[in-house]
Design a protein around this ligand. Sequence first.
Ligand SMILES: [Zn+2]
Ligand SMILES: [Zn+2]
Ligand SMILES: [Zn+2]
Length: 345
Amino acid sequence: MPFNEVRKDYLLDRWVVIAKERSRRPTDFAKPERKKAKAAVCPLCPDNEYMTPPAILVYLKQGERVIKDSDRDGFRHKNWLIRCVSNLYPAFTPPEGKIRLDRIMQSSNLSLAVGHHEVLVESPVHDMHPADMEIPQLLHVVNAYVDRLRELSARPYVKYVSIFRNHGLEAGASLSHAHSQLVATPFIPTTVNDELKASRKFWNRKQRCVFCEIMEKELKGPRLILENMRFAAFAPYASVNPMEFWIFPKKHEATPLNLSEREKEDFAETLKKCLKGLKQLVNDPPYNYGFHMAIGKGANQCYHWHLEVYPKLAIWAGFEKSTGMYINAVTPETAAEGMRRAIST
Ligand SMILES: [Zn+2]
Ligand SMILES: [Zn+2]
Ligand SMILES: [Zn+2]
């Protein structure tokens, strides 16, 4: 009997059994109905602004222009396009006043959870998720990501800013209102740090960005999902999740901080197309996505920001949890083919 393949991630020491035999089709995962979080009153909907902390950032429409402001002194802006607030149950919290950096990491196995945890409301419309959003609104979301990233990454105690989105109850979205989150941490989380270390090693050996090289190869291969002037989306070689895909900017940058308006618009369009394709192909599956970037100095040459999208279609059980090795029942090549078809229809 022919064997399955065990594939290693491009950079991480992470192995995935790609079940080529008895491989499943993307549509096998389509469920007739998905569970949604239900709340009697949605705290993120317009008119419920007082149910959340004051907004750190709001986008407001003023004639043809969009202006940016924040809530102050018990006052809450109405009629916003985008609204960013502190998480009511933050995992990381800001210091009161100045904090000595050597106080944060208390010992080799204890750090204080100093940082920020924010909720970014992506639309005033409760169910308006990125797969269905108009591009101008999705562009506001991307702009707000960059605005918050710029502010948070400038704080001396912030070493990483994780920007992510949970979609659907099974993917951890306890509120069904369209929103993303930002978590600023006082150290670089392991997965990103491992990517960073591997890319630095590659740079030292070849004076090339490993991500640029990965993208060049994937652009010519069977895992490509879509390509336009400025971005490429593909299913990674050792996809951990069925239907997983990554979006790479063609321009080499370590963070999305310097994106031009045009680039942001292209990114919004690429993201929307991919998420819409996924939604059609697997009937609005739960998913998580997260940006990977390097905000610290000294990583500009070797690191290349990207977005990783993880549909939640498999249940990780004893084998995955006890070994850190995964089994993926959809080959990334099949996933990419399905996505290409869904996007083109
Ligand atoms: Zn809502
Ligand atoms: Zn690069
Ligand atoms: Zn990554």
